[in-house]
Structures are given as structure tokens and as C-alpha cells.
Design a protein around this ligand. Sequence first.
Ligand code: NAP
Length: 503
Amino acid sequence: MKTSISLNPTIIVIFGGTGDLNLRKLAPALYNLYSDGYMPEKYAIIGTARRKLTDEKFRETIMDGVNSFSRSGKVKQEKWNKFAEHVFYSPVDVEAPETFGDLKANIERHQKEFGPDTQILYYLAVAPNLFPLIAKCLSKYKLAGNEDNCRIVIEKPFGRDLETAKELNCILTSIFSEKQIYRIDHYLGKETVQNIMAFRFANSFLEPLWNRTYIDHVQISVTEQLGVGDRGGYYEGAGALRDMIQNHLLQLVCLIGMETPVNFDADEIRNKKVDVLKAMRPFGPEDIRFSTVRGQYTKGWVEGKEVPGYRHETGVAPDSNTETFAAIKFFVDNWRWQGVPFYVRTGKRLFQTSSLITIQFKDVPHHIFPSTVTEHWQQNRLIISIQPEMSIRLQVQGKRPGLDMVLNPVDMVFDYKGTYTTESPEAYETLLLDVMTGDQTQFMRADQVESAWELLMPVVNAWESKKSLSFPNYTADSWGPEDAEALIARDGFHWFTLPLNKD
Ligand code: NAP
């Protein structure tokens, strides 16, 4: 989160330069940062991957990516040409360390040109099994720098369980200091997610209500209409629990649940978030039975087109036990949240693509209105919509205009589109700029990642060791398995949705 920018000369090395993430997200983000005047005066972007490309060919490849995926549409040619002068390519096979020589020479050439203040950022947009190899090669070739001049960005997934996350942390911290390591969770770079901190801690009216006395329960729902598409091979080794809940959804729980930080220092904020993870109630066998639900989609129809079931997607085993849906009830055992359930759910091939956080407040202590005037009595709700709508709604009871006293729920809405005319940056723009300025606030510290894994390991182990007999158990274009409705209905609630247009 920036207020003013002054950047040292910067070299950005993107491992996986030819991959999907770079073409869809990183290259468009860097080009938009350049277009908006946020890149340093002196910078070089060096893409690397195994295939042999010239600088020119690499520039063309990423221009195609920017043209297809940038929020600002196709590039403006003159601007692009200037940006592209800073873009280079060095082939490297990270499984053959001897191929690092050219990359090292390329980096050193720019370092020499830019001067002693140059900082180097390594972005690891490659398969996770290559993370340790790259870190070790950077160390071997004396490219790992120090706290002041070098940073490394690690994409998700960070480990596939507690043990592998600890191993990766151990390798990284043997080469880099924690201050150099940026474990990215792109959800934290989204405008509406960052606004949760502003909303909670820049306004005084909320804090007295933000606790077990006034809050009934919290729901976090991140749903996707898309299936796994061509990422079936990757998804088979992940599933909804690892791919979404361990990182994005638990981070949202932390933002809602955290205590007020004393300042905006990165470590102070991360301390407060990790406190939430540490306070979350561990899962015993009974909790896994009654407080978790897993699902897998079967075929169905989405907007008039027949779509395959998960087990028929490319790269997926015909008897796959991988969950494409997960719903979990968590508790945060501390003074603020004791007894307040946090329901989270996420899944693919669901009815709607949306990310919603709903805080439902407790009912009024005493109803003074006769039941005849309350058409649709509803407890107050605060709904933070992260996507596709970017808004915060407070749902309150209001009097319908007319001679009779009739009450019904109405929305007080803060809507980004209606309030601001400036377009919101993409999450990757915000986060890449944070890496360049050395701001770790929105990045996961080692203990955050490990605490999240520690919490979920009993569920991971239970789901892996006991194959689901009910899979597939929900139809594409539905809201997931019936058990997920039952999970929340048992407590007297239901999952909230906004009447959003499908996109
Ligand atoms: P991808 O499309 O498969 O790209 C992988 C990249 O790694 C390619 O550039 C590939 O190029 C390169 N590569 C593979 N083996 C290599 C080797 N031995 N040495 C050097 N380079 C090698 O994968 P992706 O979708 O971009 O994902 C990259 C990472 O980002 C993964 O960790 C993924 O989980 C994470 N991520 C991706 C997304 C997304 O939207 N795509 C979102 C969130 C996180 P060559 O074949 O030419 O070597």
C-alpha cells in the first residue's frame, strides 16, 4: 500500500517467464505500473525459462499476453516500445544449474549499468518443486544478495502440507533472511480486501460492535463458476482445501478476526493475523465429521453448454478423491470471538462466481413492532463483496414509504464503481509494487503459512486417508453438496448470496 513512491534501480528476474502466470498476470501488471508511472527510472525485466528465445521473441510473447489479459486493454504501441526496451530474456533450465551462467552475466551487466543502489527481485512463477532448486542456484552463483538489495517472491502453493512448508521455509531461510522473502497470496492485493483494514481500523463506530456480544456469525464464501479447465493435473495434487482455504480464505478470516494493530508496520499487522490462526480451535475427529464438508462436481449445464464432471476433466483420475468444494465451520477461541462460528466455503463449478464476506449481527434484544408490520424481518448484516461487485453493504431494517408502518430490510451501500472514477489496480500490480518498495505487509510470513497448515492438517489427513464414497456429490451450476447446506442449517442459518448477475 503506497502513498508516495521513490524507487532504486530495479532488476526483476521472472522464472517461468513464458508461463501462464507471467503472460496473464505479471507482464500486464508490470506494463500497467509502467503506464501509470510507478516503475523505477532505471529497471530491467529479465524473463527466464528453458525454451530458447531471443529478447525480441520474448517481448512479442509477453505483448500478446498484455494484449489479451491487461485490464487496460491492448498496449499503446509507442508506450509499449519504450517499456519493451527494458525487457530481456535469458534461457535457464533450473534443473541444470550450469545453465545459470548467462543469466548471472545478464544480471551483472544491468547491475553495472544501474550502479550500486540496484535492487534485484526474483519472481518464482514456476512449479513449486522448482522453488528449492532456484533458491539453491541463486546461492551457489552468489546472486542471493542481502536484505537491502535482494528479494525473492514465492508463488502459491507454499508446501502441500505442514512438513513440506517447513522444509521449504528451512531451505529459503538458510539462503535469504525473512525480510527478503515475499510469500505471495494475491487475494491480499485485491482492492476490496485491503479495504477491510481501512474499514475496520479507520472508523470508530465499528469496533464496539466487532465482537461476540453483537456478532452472531461470520460467513466467507468464495465461489467459482469455472471448472478446473486445463489445470486438472495441478488440481489433482491440490484440491479446494489446499488451493483456496489454506491460504485465501484463512487470510480473510484473519482480516475479520484480528485485533487492532498498534501501527501499520508489516510485522505488527502480521503478528495480529497470526494470533488469529493460533487461536483457531484445533480439529478433533468429531469436528471433522460435523464441521467439515467436501464435494466434487459432476457434469451439468452452464449457460446452455454441457460441461464435464471433474472426473472427466483432462489430467484427472477417473476415480479421483480430490475435492473441488470444501465448507468448514471454524471457531476462534479468544475473548473477542468465543462462540461465534466462522463458516467458510469455496468450490468450483458453482452457480455464481463471487467472493463475499457476511457478518451477521445478533437480533434486537426485544421486538417492539407487531409481527404484522415486519414483512421480512432480518438481522443486520454487513456484506463485504470482493468480486465481481466491489462494495460494502449494511443491511438494516427500514420503514417502507406509505401510511402504514411496514418494515423490510434495505441496503446502505458503499460501491466502488459509484464512488470512485479511478479504476482499481489488479492485485498483482499492488503486490509487485509492494515488493519493489520492500513492503511485506500483504505477504505471508513463515509462521503464518505454518500456522495455517497446522490448523488444517487433521482435515487434510482425514480427507486423504478416507476416500469419499459420495463423490461426485454436486451438479455443475449448483451451490455445492447438500451437506454444506446442512452444515450451516444445523445452527439455524443459511448461506447468503447477493443477487449478482452471472458473469
Ligand atoms: P506454467 O504455465 O506451467 O509455466 C511454467 C513455467 O516454468 C514456464 O515458463 C516453463 O517454461 C517454466 N519451466 C518449467 N520447467 C522449467 C525448468 N526446469 N527450468 C526453467 N523453467 C522451467 O505454470 P503457471 O500457471 O504459470 O504457474 C506458475 C506458478 O505460479 C505455479 O507455482 C502456480 O501454482 C502459480 N500460480 C499460477 C497461477 C496462474 O493463474 N497461472 C495463479 C496462482 C499461482 P519452459 O517450458 O520453457 O521451461
